[in-house]
Design a protein around this ligand. Structure first.
Ligand code: NQM
Length: 365
């Protein structure tokens, strides 16, 4: 048996992933990615021979170390592991898995608990994005239990506030990567934005959706999905991302007016499956587009007054509250900062045994 690898399984926000210390994985990237595929059980639609959860939201990895930068305490590399495809993608951010990185770093002794709250500066290496997370640490230990509910996760847990320090143009280099707030692609008006995640906003109505459909209904609308995918490929090029046919971004976000007292209503494709809620950076990007005039979201969105805007982004299982700090002038507002609250929980800590390197397959007829 190949020797096991130290691993902690954690729920981070509305996602779930395998968390590793960087030194517990091979430094050779091809070997590391092959190992991660074998640990998660990919490629296989059920990930039956690994610990992946057979959905993009539960096929994720965090690789964590002390930071080499003076700006941060911890470095975090996120990896999206394909379920059916043998792909390990370290180009995007993931704000949900980020929520588990603070607790994991404390559990592994990379960060010392300071008081009832421990503030940790985390650099996401995928994009260089900096975040400050606040972990509840009464009595010198991570406290997972608490009273905070987040949509998409049953029950309540301890709040982990996250403040993003610099997310504009995380992957694409600028907030509106095409240089415009609205582009026409294949006869459809879209907004391309990157405030932590490259996202293409589309009006749900342009594809015959009410905006209130379940994920199953969205995924069953094959004709609309084909059109959305063709727009994604073109938008990816215009956003400077090149050929995105195998990439997990841009995410495609169908928006409509709010239906439950929020700011805007969403259904997000990530990009083949429908997100059961919405990604963290995806939500910050949608909130930013909703706050900035000239985007397709602006006329649909309902915004609170003031420079600090609490924007509830509606999604299939509830709402994700994003806090935006607005700068600039009334005529030309800018988004200075985004923040939100997540929760996380250690599910399992131990040794994971990857599928063997060579399976010595014997076909039994
Ligand atoms: O946008 C899903 C998730 C994500 C990513 C996705 C995320 C983010 O919910 O920051 O959190 O968009 O594929 O974990």
């Amino acid at each position: 048996m190949e020797s096991g690898i130290r691993c902690m399984l954690m729920r981070g926000g509305t996602s779930k992933g395998a968390y590793f210390l960087v030194n517990d994985l091979p430094s050779n990237l091809a070997e590391r990615d092959d190992l991660l595929l074998r640990i998660l059980g990919s490629p296989d639609s059920r990930q039956i021979d690994g610990i992946g959860g057979a959905h993009p939201l539960t096929s994720k990895v965090a690789i964590v170390s002390r930071s080499s930068s003076s700006q941060a305490d911890i470095d975090f590399l996120f990896a999206q592991v394909g379920v059916e495809e043998p792909l390990v993608d370290t180009t995007p951010n993931c704000g949900n898995i980020l929520a588990g990185v603070g607790p994991f770093a404390i559990e592994r002794g990379l960060v010392q608990v300071t008081s009832d709250e421990t503030r940790i500066r985390i650099k996401t290496l995928n994009t260089g994005t900096l975040a400050e997370v606040i972990v509840a640490t009464p009595n010198g230990r991570v406290e997972y239990a608490g009273e905070t509910a987040i949509a998409g996760v049953p029950g309540t847990a301890a709040a982990i506030p996250i403040n993003f320090l610099d997310t504009a143009g995380s992957v694409c280099g600028s907030l509106f990567p095409t240089g415009q707030r609205i582009d026409m692609v294949k006869g459809i008006a879209i907004t391309c934005i990157d405030n932590g995640m490259p996202v293409v906003l589309l009006a749900a109505a342009d594809f015959g959706f009410r905006g209130t459909e379940s994920c199953q209904e969205i995924e069953a609308a094959t004709e609309a999905l084909q059109k959305i995918e063709s727009i994604r490929l073109e938008a990816g090029c215009r956003m400077g991302l090149g050929d995105v046919s195998d990439a997990v971004f841009p995410k495609m976000c169908l928006i409509s007016s709010p239906i439950d007292g929020g700011c805007v209503n969403t259904r997000t494709l990530i990009p083949k499956k429908c997100h059961t809620s919405i990604g963290v950076f995806g939500a910050v990007s949608v909130a930013s587009a909703s706050a900035l005039p000239g985007t397709i979201a602006y006329p649909m969105a309902v915004r609170p007054d003031g420079r600090i805007k609490i924007m509830d982004i509606e999604h299939p299982t509830g709402k994700l509250e994003v806090r935006l700090e607005i700068g600039g002038t009334d005529e030309e507002p800018t988004v200075e900062r985004g923040g939100l609250v997540r929760t996380a929980r250690a599910l399992f800590d131990g040794t994971v045994f990857p599928r063997p390197l060579r399976a010595n397959a014997v076909v039994v007829a």
